[in-house]
Design a protein. Structure first.
Length: 454
């Protein structure tokens, strides 16, 4: 029984030592006070917007699966493949042509839904700032870029599938991760500037403050860029990206306009955290494992569905089965939604606490959590949080900031003051609405894994 003692020791070290040091204010109450600044109307609207997003996610997957299966059942996939085999002959070109066909047809047929989600709904909730022509031009540019990148990626993946046969899921996952890594490196440099203009941030205290915070944490950046997100929406966002020594810190003009100095500092502390903690690498590893599992499960499901050359598909390397392959992969990734979200949320939580410690701006953190609440439900149920959230909830973030503030005050490292928001403080979208009776503003794009935004 000698093994029991070390086990007890290990178990004990997991127990939290809840010692009751007196705090200058109650973090729970302070969190409630911050949340109350939204008021019931804005809270209801934020919940409605965010919960709608759950269904949009499922609908998106559903549309992809239905359209893909239609291409199989109507015989279009087989027809296009046979025609390509007669005309371009080379396997790589057949796959490339099939990928262009598949990506185009599904994008065009799902356009009404894309329009509703990307344009109409954003305007309904007062989050978008673009006219339809502006939005449509950007949609077309993204469509073209997406078409080229997808076609190249799919073609390379099919070469791997054909060459490796039964072990393709291992090599295919590696190729996919390498592809994502390349995108993470290249998108900020070559693609993002197509949609937004990046200009050096005005010289001043805030810029110096951000650079000091970055360099204090070992980020080799010597410039801060501002990009005009306001062109598309009111959402606040920022990132730290790096490629071959071109490390750069970028923040949105909306963040500068809408947040206080401490709010901006806290967001930048969070982004610096993503960079310093090498989140791009760990996300690639963890999401890479998830991709490997999905790819490993794909052949069984594919072979079962396409049994006996149904729909004229010879095997999984046959481009005629491409829509079926992507229907299966879409289904598997939808089932894996919570795993994907928990991996990302784990990193976001780390960046949050890093940002808090780097900026020492708990009220700035609470303030920006409230700005994000314009389009993120603040208090989800535990199940919702687990399934749908790729960031900690607003409630969790503000509570974390208030715990931090209370303990730092108790330790004498933060000036004494009230726990909750400054007297009379309210998020700008609530103030605007009350004063003008106008619709509120709000959401922005959220680059996640690589770009590491908010
Ligand atoms: Zn983040």
């Amino acid at each position: 029984m000698r093994w029991i003692a070390p086990l007890v020791f290990v178990a004990a070290s997991f127990a939290t030592a809840a010692y009751a040091a007196p705090l200058p204010f109650d973090p729970d109450e302070a969190t409630r006070a911050w949340l109350a600044t939204m008021g019931p109307e804005a809270t209801e609207r934020s919940n409605r917007y965010f919960e709608g997003g759950y269904w949009i996610g499922f609908a998106n997957a559903g549309i992809t699966i239905v359209l893909s299966m239609a291409l199989m059942m109507l015989g279009w996939a087989r027809g296009v493949r046979s025609w390509l085999e007669k005309t371009v002959k080379f396997y790589f070109l057949v796959v490339f042509g099939m990928a262009v066909f598949y990506t185009s047809v599904t994008s065009i047929l799902s356009f009404p839904f894309t329009y509703y989600v990307g344009f109409m709904r954003e305007h309904e909730f007062g989050l978008a700032t673009q006219t339809f022509p502006e939005w449509f031009v950007e949609f077309m540019i993204s469509f073209a870029i997406n078409l080229v990148i997808s076609a190249i990626f799919i073609s390379v993946l099919y070469l791997v599938v054909r060459a490796a046969k039964r072990t393709w899921w291992i090599w295919g996952s590696m190729v996919t991760v390498a592809f994502i890594a390349a995108l993470v490196a290249l998108v900020p440099v070559y693609i993002s500037p197509l949609f937004n203009t990046y200009t050096p941030m005005e010289q001043g205290e805030l810029r110096d403050d951000i650079l000091h915070m970055a360099q204090a944490s070992g980020v080799p950046a010597d410039n801060v860029y501002v990009f005009d997100v306001s062109r598309q929406s009111n959402r606040v966002t920022a990132n730290v990206s790096g490629f071959l020594g071109t490390t750069r810190i970028s923040l949105s003009d909306t963040l500068l306009d809408r947040a206080s100095t401490d709010g901006v500092r806290e967001v930048m502390g969070h982004e610096i955290g993503h960079y310093v903690l090498h989140h791009t690498n760990s996300l690639l590893v963890m999401l890479g494992l998830l991709i490997t599992v999905v790819f490993a499960l794909t052949p069984a499901l594919f072979n079962w569905l396409a049994k006996g050359e149904r729909w004229g598909v010879r095997d999984i390397a046959d481009p005629a089965g491409m829509p079926l392959v992507f229907a299966v992969i879409t289904l598997l990734f939808t089932v894996a939604t919570p795993i994907n979200n928990n991996i990302i949320r784990y990193h976001e939580h780390q960046a949050d606490i890093f940002g808090l410690n780097a900026s020492r701006a708990p009220d700035g953190f609470a303030e920006t959590a409230l700005l994000l609440s314009e389009y993120r439900k603040m208090e989800p149920s535990p199940l919702e949080l687990w399934f749908f959230y790729d960031h900690p909830s607003g409630y969790q973030r503000i509570h974390m900031a208030m715990e931090w503030k209370a303990h730092e005050m108790a330790a004498g490292r933060y000036p004494m003051g009230p726990g909750g928001p400054p007297q009379g403080w309210r998020p700008d979208f609530v103030v605007v609405e009350d004063e003008a009776g106008a619709a509120p503003s709000a959401p922005a794009t959220e680059p996640s894994p690589g770009g590491a935004s908010d």
